[in-house]
Every structure is written in structure tokens, then in C-alpha cells.
Design a protein around this ligand. Structure first.
Ligand SMILES: [Zn+2]
Length: 55
């Protein structure tokens, strides 16, 4: 995987389960851009937090 922002291949990927759904958290070690991805594609942080809060 490449970083969408800087194009470097220095992404840290962490899998975690939020509200029963497996999500991937990615953070770039170069430019520190962050993102979440679920089964349906990329998610915003507020979306992830809403989901976690709802359960
Ligand atoms: Zn980057």
C-alpha cells in the first residue's frame, strides 16, 4: 500500500474491530496522514467514532 498523500510506502497498518466490524487503520510514517478503511471503503474518523459510540 502507498500513502495517498505523499506516495511513500511507509504505512503502518493496524487492524481492529469496532462495533463488530473489522476496520483497518493506516498511518503514514512519512507525512503522518491517517485514514480508516472498512469493508465498504474508506471511512472518516468521525464515522468510526460514531460507530464505536453507538454500541
Ligand atoms: Zn504519506
Amino acid at each position: 500500500m502507498r500513502c495517498d498523500t505523499c506516495g511513500k510506502r511507509e504505512l503502518v497498518e493496524i487492524r481492529m474491530t469496532v462495533a463488530g466490524e473489522e476496520l483497518m487503520f493506516r498511518r503514514c510514517g512519512k507525512c503522518e496522514s491517517q485514514g480508516w478503511e472498512g469493508a465498504g471503503g474508506s471511512l472518516t474518523l468521525s464515522h468510526v467514532l460514531d460507530r464505536a459510540r453507538a454500541h
